[in-house]
Design a protein around this ligand. Structure first.
Ligand SMILES: OCN(O)CCCc1ccccc1
Ligand code: NI
Length: 183
C-alpha cells in the first residue's frame, strides 16, 4: 500500500517536471497504480488506518508525487454540498474554463510540502476536464468550486506547478477582482 514514505517532497525533481502522457489504452499496471493512489487517499481519510500508518489526510494525489512521471492523478472527497467526487484520471486535460476565479478561504496545502504556506490560491471557478477514466473510457467532467479547485491542484502536479506558485508574494491574501472564496 502507498504510505507517506512513497510521497516525494519539495526539492524532488519530479515535482517540477512535465509528466509524460500515458500510452492509450492504459496498461493493467497503469490502472493498478491509479487504484493504489485512490486507496491511499481513502486510507488517509480513515482515522483508524491513517492513525495506524501515520498518513496525512489528502483529497487527491498525482503520480509525480510518487516520483512517477506519468499524467495520472486521483481525487476522492465530498464537496461542500456533500456530493462524493471520486475519480482516477489518466491524461486529464482542462478543455475549457470560466473567466471567474475561486480560491479556498483556508488556502491550500500539499502532501509534498512539509510546511504551512499561507495565502490565497486563485484558480478557475469552473473547469471542463477531459480524461480517460479507470475503465479506460474517455470521460468529460464539468466541475465547479471545491471540486474544480482540487482537480486543478492535481493537474498542476502533472505540469510541475505547485499551489504556492499562485500566491501573491507581496500580499498573500490579495485575490483577483473576479474571484470568490470557497468554504
Ligand atoms: O496533490 C495532492 N495533495 O498534495 C493533497 C492535497 C490536495 C489539495 C489540498 C488543498 C486544495 C486542493 C487540493
Ligand atoms: Ni499536492
Amino acid at each position: 500500500m502507498i504510505t507517506m514514505n512513497d510521497i516525494v517532497r519539495e526539492g524532488h525533481p519530479s515535482l517540477r517536471e512535465k509528466a509524460e502522457e500515458v500510452t492509450v489504452p492504459p496498461t493493467e499496471n497503469d490502472i493498478q497504480l491509479l487504484n493504489d493512489m485512490l486507496t491511499f487517499i481513502k486510507n488517509s481519510q480513515d482515522e483508524d488506518i491513517a492513525g495506524q500508518y501515520h498518513l496525512r489526510p489528502g483529497v487527491g494525489l498525482a503520480a509525480p508525487q510518487l516520483g512517477i512521471n506519468k499524467r495520472m492523478c486521483a481525487v476522492h472527497f465530498e464537496d461542500l454540498k456533500g456530493r462524493l467526487c471520486s475519480y482516477g484520471l489518466i491524461n486529464p486535460k482542462i478543455v475549457s474554463h470560466s473567466v471567474e476565479q475561486a480560491y479556498l478561504s483556508t488556502g491550500e496545502g500539499c502532501l509534498s510540502v512539509d510546511r504551512d504556506v499561507q495565502g490565497y490560491v486563485p484558480r478557475n471557478a469552473r473547469v471542463t476536464v477531459k480524461a480517460i477514466g479507470m475503465d479506460g473510457q474517455e470521460l468529460k467532467l464539468r466541475l465547479r468550486d471545491y471540486a474544480a479547485i482540487v482537480v486543478q491542484h492535481e493537474i498542476d502536479h502533472l505540469n510541475g506547478v505547485m499551489f504556492y506558485d499562485y500566491i501573491n508574494p507581496e500580499n498573500p491574501f490579495t485575490v483577483p477582482d473576479n474571484s470568490k472564496p470557497i468554504g
